[in-house]
Unconditional design. Structure first.
Length: 273
């Protein structure tokens, strides 16, 4: 299956602003005047003890709601950066600073830096002291290795599930398979990449192994990031053909045709582009 999704859809990271960036709704950041007055954005009163409450010199406890909001912002930025990698908006070899990206997203540098540090742990970027983060250049060999790892992890699971999972459970995945076709028809590689992972994640979940789903998902995502020097656009026709493999595989699984399943699964994980 072709899993190096690429495209020209823009995310608002770097020099462009597009649908993915507009979809990231970032809470309003406190301004300097608000911080100076100790007030929250919009004129809300600062956090603190209620009137008449005795704190006995205890240190203030962070409000859980604020922590959830910060985590949400970081997660949204991480998703947007991952989409930017798929579309090529974040270019291999280029260095990006957290403050500049933060300005583009309308947030402080902190959630961007935290998201970039997560990508560094995933082997996608590297820290450049006093400058920011460089997107690592990836070659065809790395993509071939990732394809091999995916095949080693997923192919045996798909074949085992084909023999053990009832047809009605496979039928429940129909909306996800059709969703990949719709996503491919949009021509947006980032949209398709997300739908592609959702279908595979749901299918592997039938094995009842959470670690399998997590590890396979991580490898799948890494395999979708294009290598250095690759074309920036993956054709819509290519995406649609890729997506139709999902529906064909699901049809064979529901019908219990193991020979067709074996052939489709083999093609699914050995053909890359």
């Amino acid at each position: 299956m072709k899993h190096s999704a690429q495209g020209a859809a823009r995310t608002g990271v770097g020099t462009g602003t597009g649908a993915a960036a507009e979809a990231v709704r970032i809470p309003v950041q406190p301004g300097a005047a608000d911080r100076a007055r100790g007030r929250a954005p919009g004129g809300a009163e600062p956090d603190g003890p209620a009137r008449g409450e005795h704190t006995h010199g205890e240190p203030p406890v962070p409000r859980p709601r604020a922590l959830v909001q910060r985590s949400s912002v970081r997660g949204q930025i991480l998703d947007a950066l991952r989409s930017a990698l798929v579309t090529g908006e974040l270019r291999p070899g280029e260095v990006y600073s957290a403050p500049v990206l933060g300005e583009r997203f309308g947030v402080s540098a902190t959630p961007v830096r935290e998201a970039m540090q997560q990508l560094a742990l995933e082997g996608v970027v590297e820290v450049v002291p006093n400058r920011g983060f460089r997107v690592l250049e990836r070659g065809d060999r790395e993509l071939a290795e990732l394809a091999e790892v995916r095949a080693l992890i997923e192919v045996p699971v798909w074949l085992r599930l084909a023999r053990t999972v009832p047809a009605e459970h496979w039928a429940e995945l129909r909306p996800l398979a059709e969703g990949t076709v719709r996503a491919a028809s949009s021509g947006c590689p980032a949209t398709y990449a997300e739908a592609d992972r959702a279908f595979h994640r749901a299918a592997l979940a039938l094995a009842g192994n959470e670690q399998l789903v997590r590890i396979a998902g991580d490898v799948h995502r890494r395999a979708q990031w294009p290598p250095a020097g690759s074309p920036s656009v993956r054709g819509r026709a290519d995406l649609v053909a890729d997506a139709h493999q999902h529906t064909a595989l699901l049809d064979a699984l529901i019908a219990g045709d193991l020979d067709v399943v074996r052939a489709l699964v083999g093609d699914h994980f050995t053909v890359t582009s």
